[in-house]
Ligand binder design. Structure first.
Ligand SMILES: *Cc1c(COP(=O)(O)O)cnc(C)c1O
Length: 383
């Protein structure tokens, strides 16, 4: 048997084969809604593009391989993928979620699914000990991000999954910040990996998409049924764009990590900077877990100013020229975000502050520009 492909080879080849009809090396964009049948019900596995589309199939097969899973399902957005996971639950079921969460996920849970009778409890989760006291007979799912957004907190995936497995509860990990280049939650015992492919995976800030990856056949059947029945599937052009982006994920992530590390260290030593949040810094809570479960520490860095002044933090964000002030992350270009008013504006201020997210926090997505230009930009903006 051939040896399993290494990660970089999988990015470029897993699930991807020259098109049998033409030999096209790159996956064609099958821009079609329907497929001819030779007799009613006799077809080549494709009936209607909400259910299946050949461009999406290739992307899904590639993602399943990258995450060490068996099945991947793509959705129109990351939130549509999360929405599909919630739909396997029933009224009365409880979800334990980490309190440091993407704002849109929090909004989906509290503003949509609470109304359907699903109960959510938000906790500071670092390991199984934080979860165990809150489990009840109704707990069906634990939902975490690691590193979290925007405080880059770390969840010990193996610790939490040992507990959820023992109790027969599902563990879902939003792997958007890490990507499979840095960690594979399924190999650490998670049941579901969720991605906003919009970010590092597609990597060029030109497409919005989400995915779920699982190993279990029954779980796959349930989620694939929802994917088709609820219908939030992406189009073939977008699947092509994500496939194209993925081919360079390893090269991009290496540079994202290298530059973010340098910027985190530089900020750490800057006299006007207060706290720096980066899992690669030794003082960072969870650094040791990050070092053991991740291959590197990622491209996201958050920080506050020493004087904690909101007007000054806003001035820094306004002055940045190479970093663009915008929502999102994970593209080739550097972005700067004000979580309190942008990505996390949908979380009430008191909830944000309870969780340690200050209104003065600045979040950076460190892109692939020259590191000297990035540091110079930060230097002139911070002053
Ligand atoms: C962006 C993001 C999402 C939501 O994904 P969309 O593609 O914007 O719907 C979920 N989780 C994290 C960590 C994100 O950054």
């Amino acid at each position: 048997m051939a040896k399993p492909m290494k990660f970089a080879t999988k990015l470029i080849h897993a699930g991807i084969h020259p098109d049998p009809s033409t030999g096209a090396v790159m996956t064609p964009i099958f821009q079609t809604s329907t497929y001819a049948q030779t007799s009613p019900g006799v077809h080549k596995g494709y009936e209607y593009s909400r259910t299946h589309n050949p461009t999406r199939t290739v992307l899904q097969d590639n993602l399943a391989a990258l995450e060490e899973g068996k099945f991947a399902m793509c959705f129109a957005t990351g939130l549509a993928a999360t929405d599909a996971v919630m739909k396997i639950l029933k009224p009365g079921d409880e979800v334990l979620a980490s309190s440091d969460l993407y704002g849109g996920t929090y909004r989906l849970f509290t503003k949509i699914f609470e109304d359907f009778g699903i109960k959510f409890k938000f906790l500071k989760i670092q390991n199984a000990a934080d979860v165990e006291p809150h489990l009840t007979a109704a707990t069906k799912l634990v939902w975490v991000e690691t590193p979290t957004n925007p405080l880059l907190r770390i969840v010990d995936i193996a610790s939490v999954s040992a507990l959820t497995k023992e109790k027969g509860i599902l563990l879902a990990v939003d792997n958007t910040f890490a990507t499979p280049f840095l960690q594979n939650p399924l190999t650490m015992g998670a049941d579901i990996v969720m991605h906003s492919l919009t970010k590092y995976m597609a990597g060029h800030s030109d497409v919005v998409m989400g995915a779920l990856v699982v190993k279990d056949e029954i779980l796959h059947q349930k989620l694939a049924f929802i994917q088709n029945a609820s219908g939030a599937t992406p189009g073939p052009m977008d699947c092509f764009l994500v496939l194209r982006g993925l081919k360079t994920l390893h090269v991009r992530m290496e540079r994202h990590c290298q530059s973010a590390k340098e910027i985190a260290n530089w900020l750490y030593h800057h006299p006007k900077v207060g706290h720096v949040y980066y899992p690669g810094l030794e003082h960072h809570v969870g650094h040791a877990i990050a070092a053991s479960q991740m291959n590197d520490f990622g491209g996201m860095v958050s920080f506050t100013l020493k004087n904690d002044s909101l007007p000054e933090a806003i001035q820094v964000m306004e002055k940045l020229r190479v970093f663009t002030l915008a929502e999102s992350l994970g593209g080739v270009e550097s972005l700067c975000t004000h979580p309190a008013s942008m990505t996390h504006g949908s979380i009430p201020k008191e909830e944000r502050e309870k969780n340690g997210l200050k209104d003065t926090l600045i979040r950076l997505s460190v892109g692939l520009e020259d590191i000297e230009d990035l540091k110079e930009d930060l230097a002139q903006a911070i002053g």
